[in-house]
Write a protein that binds this ligand. Structure first.
Ligand code: UDP
Length: 459
């Protein structure tokens, strides 16, 4: 039968593609053949962003990159368009792709039978497509286990009178799903979007539908660490922690490091970091979406300047920080090699939107956080950072909903103070994480079990 062959399907967004790419690399390093399915739009961005052009566009680092159309033109950024395509257009395309691969195998054209489909947990339909072909399946959650547990708790939230049947909160209060779980505000539940009820209803219904599709999967993998989220894993024992999945990256060749990024990485900032005092630099990055208004950007920039510390600021998709500092004191890049940046000894703290990948990347390097969450699961991650692990601070907003420059300066100074308690706790949390990814660690052993299971059908 040959080598086992896994088809990996991410949700077509940066924060989903990157962790699934890391996971694919791990599988490839274990002798498993991997086919990674991107939308054509993302596939092209990934290929043009590679730091060293690959000999073959289609096989990078042992992973075969394939693509399917998403049926969209220029409207990907219109709210609801991408999620509509994911739900109504991609399923047929994935089904066609699997059919083609199967027929190539049976006609001896060199394809290989798919031993397992690993799909993003938010793509319940992909599990159903795989089931149709009798292919084994695993769901991969690139968010915290607590986010998934919240989704699994929807019926209880309705029964307890906390939300309506369409997910709208009936009361505004902070709840804990179980002791040890982060507190969650009902009006910040991941699906809540009071300004756009249609969008809220779609997300809410999709979560319910995904909960169902997931019931039949063989594995429910989560890019998280058991000891970071003990209460969540105890509430839903079916969720298997295997994170942080990207930890093996540092041993990769330079050309392969950027695989999965939608924008080319600016590697010059690493040289700049080499020249900075250890622990002195404020790293500012808000993931792959643009969300901050001009008034807030101005205040943030002014607050950073007041700290008189060096700053590395990622502008990602468009926002231009209004920086006026001395030029050698600050560096602005469009896209950083974030995993390497956060492991650099010059970094002192991370001003972050608290996306789960960024959260894990900061945590695994013992970096304290300043949190500016704005939507989806970021409030849960912020609650972990500030209230459960106690390795970061949030900011207070003024009456106009803006974080003032003074607030920015005060909180950053508090976090960066010499021998600070935040840093000490961040290092402790880092040790817990590292214990989980080495031999006999929970994440390590779970990954091993998964790989053996993939191989078991073939041998
Ligand atoms: N990232 C990066 N370079 C940047 C900014 C972000 O490589 O300049 C990566 C980051 O390391 C993380 C991902 O992009 O792995 C963003 O995921 P996250 O869950 O933090 O945020 P999202 O973009 O999904 O909101």
């Amino acid at each position: 039968m040959g080598r086992p062959h896994v088809m990996v399907i991410p949700y077509p967004a940066q924060g989903h593609v990157l962790p699934l790419m890391s996971f694919s690399r791990y599988l490839a390093s274990q002798g498993i053949q991997v086919t990674f399915v991107n939308t054509e739009f993302n596939h092209n961005r990934i290929i043009t962003s590679l730091s060293k052009p690959s000999q073959d566009d289609h096989v990078v680092d042992g992973i075969k990159l394939v693509s399917i159309p998403d049926g969209l033109d220029e409207e990907r950024n219109v709210p609801g368009k991408l999620s509509g395509s994911v739900l109504h257009f991609l399923p047929t395309k994935v089904e066609e792709l699997i059919k083609t691969m199967i027929s190539e195998t049976s006609s001896g054209c060199g394809g290989a039978v798919i031993s397992c489909v690993v799909a993003d947990q938010s793509l319940g339909w992909a599990m159903e497509v795989a089931a149709k072909f009798g292919i084994r399946r695993a769901a991969f959650c690139p968010a915290a286990a607590a986010s998934m547990v919240l989704g699994f708790s929807i019926q209880k939230l309705v029964d307890d009178g906390l939300i309506d049947y369409d997910g709208t909160p009936k009361v505004n209060k902070a709840i804990q799903l179980s002791p040890g779980m982060p507190e969650m505000e009902t009006d910040k539940f991941v699906w809540v979007c009071l300004k756009n009820k249609d969008s809220q209803r779609n997300i809410f219904n999709l979560m319910l539908q995904n909960n169902k599709s997931i019931e039949s999967v063989d594995w429910l993998l989560c890019n998280s660490v058991f000891e970071l989220e003990t209460a969540a894993f105890e509430m839903s024992p079916k969720i298997v922690p295997i994170g942080p999945i990207g930890l093996a990256h540092h041993s990769l060749e330079e050309g392969a490091k950027s695989l999965g990024s939608f924008l080319p990485e600016d590697r010059d900032c690493l040289d700049w970091l080499d020249q900075q005092i250890p622990g002195s630099v404020i790293y500012v990055a808000f993931g792959s979406f643009e969300f901050m208004g001009k008034a807030q950007l101005d205040e943030l920039a002014a607050g950073l300047e007041l700290t008189k510390r060096p700053v590395l600021w990622v502008t990602s998709y468009g926002h231009q920080p209004p920086i006026r500092f001395e030029s050698d004191q600050v560096i602005v890049v469009r896209w950083a090699p974030q995993r390497e940046v956060l492991s650099h000894r010059a970094i002192g703290c991370f001003v972050s939107h608290c996306g789960w990948n960024s959260t894990l990347e900061g945590v695994q390097n013992g970096i304290p956080f300043l949190c500016i969450p704005y939507f989806a699961d970021q409030f849960i991650n912020k609650a972990y950072i500030c209230d459960v692990w106690k390795i970061g601070l949030g900011f207070e907003q003024d009456e106009g909903g803006v974080i003032s420059r003074l607030e920015v300066k005060t909180k950053i100074d508090e976090i960066m103070r010499d021998n600070g308690e935040f840093k000490k706790r961040a290092i402790k949390i880092r040790e817990i994480v590292m214990k989980n990814v080495v031999k006999d660690g929970i994440s390590y052993e779970n990954l091993n079990k998964f790989v053996n299971w993939i191989k078991s059908e073939v041998n």
